[in-house]
Write a protein that binds this ligand. Sequence first.
Ligand code: FMN
Ligand code: SF4
Ligand code: SF4
Length: 435
Amino acid sequence: MPDGCTKEGGIFSPSALQTRFLGFALRNPIISASSEVNLDKDLVISIIKAGVGGVVLKTWTSEQAFKIRIRPYQFPLGRINEAYKASGSFLSLSAPDIRSVEEYLSQLPQVVEICKGNGVLLIASFYERPKQIGKWVENARRLKDAGIDIIELNFSSPSAVSEFRANLRLAGVIIRSILDQVDVKVGVKISPDMEPLEQLVEDWEKAGIAYIAAHNAFSGIVVDTEKEEPFGAPCISGYAMGRAFLPISLARIVRIRRVTDLPIIGIGGVFSGSDALQYLLIGCELVGVSSAVFVEGRKVISHILDEISEWMSCKGYRSLADFKGKAFRLVESTSEVKSREQFPFAVPPLTPFIPKVKKDLCIRCYKCLDTCIYGVFEEADNGDVKVNDANCYSCGFCVGICPNGAIVLVQRKATDTVVWSGRGTAETFKQKERR
Ligand SMILES: Cc1cc2nc3c(=O)[nH]c(=O)nc-3n(C[C@H](O)[C@H](O)[C@H](O)COP(=O)(O)O)c2cc1C
Ligand code: SF4
Ligand code: SF4
C-alpha cells in the first residue's frame, strides 16, 4: 500500500496517468530529466521501454571548453557512509554531450521517430555562451527542423553556471531572439541557487518562455576522512543531493508558482511514487527523474508509476487533474502563519501544547528520552515513559521521532484535544474555513 493510502480503491485504468503538456499528449507525467540516461538513440530507447512519458535529451553545446569530461566522473557516496547511501546522493562531473553538431543532429531524426512512435514527449536541451546569441538561435532552428517537440534552454549547467550568473540579464535577450526567429516552444532549466528567483521568472515569462524546469543539481565536494583526501575528484563538482533535495526544490517551486501560472517540470530527489506525487500535489505538470535512474536502475520508473497508480486508485482519483495543485492551495506565507500565532513568546510552563504518550503504542525504546533536549521524558520505575510537561516548549519534535507513533501533541489545558499527530498539517495552523 503506498504512503498515505488508507482505503481500498476501485479499478484503476492506466489512462488515468495520461496528461498534456504544452499541447502534447503524454502517457504519464514522469519524464527522464536531462542526463546521460538520454544520451543517444539506444539509451533513449531503453528509458522509453522503462515507461517514461517524456525524455529531455542530454544537454548539448557547441562550445568545446564546456564539453571537457574528466574520468572517472561519477562518484556514488554510499562507500563514504550509510546516510549518503540511503539518500541516493552522488557527485558527478558530467559534462554536455561530447558529439559534434553533425553527429548529434544526424541521429536526431531517428530519436524523433522513436519518441513519436511511442507517444513520448521529446525535449532537446542545450546552451551556449550567454553572449553568443546567434548560436542560441541557430541551434534552436536546427533542433526545430529536426522535429523535436520542445526546446529546453539550460541556464543551469554546473559547467557554465558562473558564466550564466554573471550574464543572467542576457537570458531574456536569448529567449526573445529565439522566439522572434524560430517557431518553437521554449522552456528554461534553472539551478537551485539562481536568484532573484521571482524577478527572473517574471522577466522570462515576459520574454515568452512556455515552461520552467526546476531544478538542476547543486555543486558539492566531499572529504573522505579515511584517506584524508577529497572524495572522487579533487575539485568541486555537481552534487546530486538525493532525497534531501526534494524539499529545497519544492520550496522554490512554491515561490515560482506564486508569481506565475507557467507550467513547471518539478525535478530533484524523486526516488519513489510518493516523491513524485509531492511535485504533482504542489502543482507541477510533469516530474523529472535523474539520480534515481543511476542509483536504482531504470526499473525505478515503473516502480514510481506503479506507486502513483496505486495511490490514485486507493484515493479514488480518476485523473491527475483531480489532485494536481491541491497542496499548493494550502500553502501560506511564513509571515501569514506567524501572524496568527497565539502564543508567540510563551516559555514553559506557559506553552500551549504538551506530549501525550499512548501507552499501548509505546515500545519502550526511550528514543524520546534521548532526543527531547529539554528533558521532558523520563523512565519511570515501572519502565513506562513519564512526561514532565512543565519543561515542554511545544516544539513537536518528539511526535516525529517516536518510531511507533506513540506520542501526540495535545492542548496543555485540554489533553484530549490532539493538535499534532505527525501527519499532514498540524491542526493548530489550520484556519477554520479550510478545515
Ligand atoms: C549524471 C548527471 C548528469 C546530468 N546532466 C544534465 C544535463 O546534461 N543537463 C541538465 O539540464 N541537467 C543535467 N543533470 C541534472 C538532472 O537533470 C536533474 O536536474 C538533477 O540531477 C536533479 O534531479 P535528481 O535529484 O532526480 O537527480 C544531470 C544530473 C546527473 C546526476
Ligand atoms: S520514543 Fe515512542 S516508543 Fe520510544 S519510548 Fe518514547 S514514546 Fe515509547
Ligand atoms: S514537544 Fe519538544 S520540548 Fe516538548 S516534549 Fe516534545 S521534544 Fe520535548
